[in-house]
Design a protein around this ligand. Structure first.
Ligand code: AKG
Ligand code: FE2
Length: 277
């Protein structure tokens, strides 16, 4: 096997700037364990089917913290409507776009049909070994942000060009992220061996990834993993991430099922508002 070479990247996280070793090799496809495709249909199944689903989500959350979901129940029509709204918005001249104060925009409204943070977090509560209603009290009015992202294409990009359009290496700070990406590709996820994985778009799926706050509450059992996006092609890339948080003022401690004599809590109780803002 060829020798791997590595470089250092700089990450801005809630804990300040962190250096991380990364391979300089081009991204490779993930294995099924690294970024599994999980079918959510068993949510309505028998108790055994739901347990099997929970253990798949647990394994993925503890491994890379990224997985694709199938049968996610977000209607394709809602996705397409949101996407065309986003494209219409981005097609306007910059002067028009600047008129919209981002704090006043309602890009998240399209997602309201998606389901509540409560029901989405119940599966993570089960995967952590708690009752499914464990997070209900802290998710009655969660902070939730939706983004539409437009990565302009680079016409005539030379193979050796160092022009990059994208989002640099980062972790997501909230509980978890639900991501729709178009067919461009470009999302890369750092593996446990510090290699970039190509989290390519897969038809009919969305990407879910664990954020810093859930990693913290899980006493680091669940992984909030570094990822980045580059659009190195002539065409635009569009994506729609939705970041799920907890009630901003709710002070949350490491969940009891993740603490024992050998694993004392690594973190003090804190609110999502304090660390996620
Ligand atoms: O555009 C994407 O595919 C992901 C964007 C992302 O990682 C983020 O906004 O945190
Ligand atoms: Fe992200």
């Amino acid at each position: 096997m060829a020798t791997q070479t590595y470089t250092q990247i700089e990450l801005l996280s809630a804990n300040g700037t962190v250096l991380r070793r990364v391979s300089t090799a081009p991204p490779r496809l993930p294995t099924n364990d690294e970024i599994p495709i999980i079918d959510l249909a068993p949510i309505d199944g028998t108790l055994d089917e739901r347990k099997a689903l929970t253990s798949r989500i647990k394994a993925a959350s503890e491994n890379t913290g990224f997985f694709y979901i199938r049968n996610h129940r977000i209607p394709e029509e809602l996705i397409q409507t949101s996407l065309s709204q986003a494209k219409t918005f981005f097609d306007q001249p910059l002067s028009e776009k600047m008129k919209i104060d981002s704090s006043a925009s309602n890009v998240s409204s399209g997602y309201h049909g998606v389901g509540s943070t409560q029901s989405d977090l119940s599966i993570f509560a089960l995967a952590l070994g708690e009752r499914e209603d464990y997070f209900d009290d802290v998710t009655s009015h969660p902070g939730a942000d939706a983004l539409y992202i437009h990565y302009p294409g680079i016409p005539d990009v030379a193979a050796d060009s160092d022009i990059d359009v994208g989002i640099g290496s980062h972790t997501d700070i909230q509980c978890f992220t639900l991501l729709w990406q178009d067919n461009s590709g470009g999302l890369q996820v750092l593996s446990a061996q510090d290699e970039w994985l190509d989290a390519r778009p897969i038809e009919g799926t969305l990407v879910v990834n664990i954020g810093d706050f859930l990693q913290r509450l899980s006493n680091n059992k669940f992984k909030s993993t570094v990822h980045r996006v580059y659009n190195r092609q002539p065409d635009s890339r569009y994506s729609m991430p939705f970041f799920f948080g907890f009630n901003p003022e709710a002070v949350c401690k490491v969940v009891p099922s993740c603490v024992d004599d050998e694993h004392p809590p690594l973190y003090e109780p804190i609110s999502c508002g304090e660390v996620c803002s």
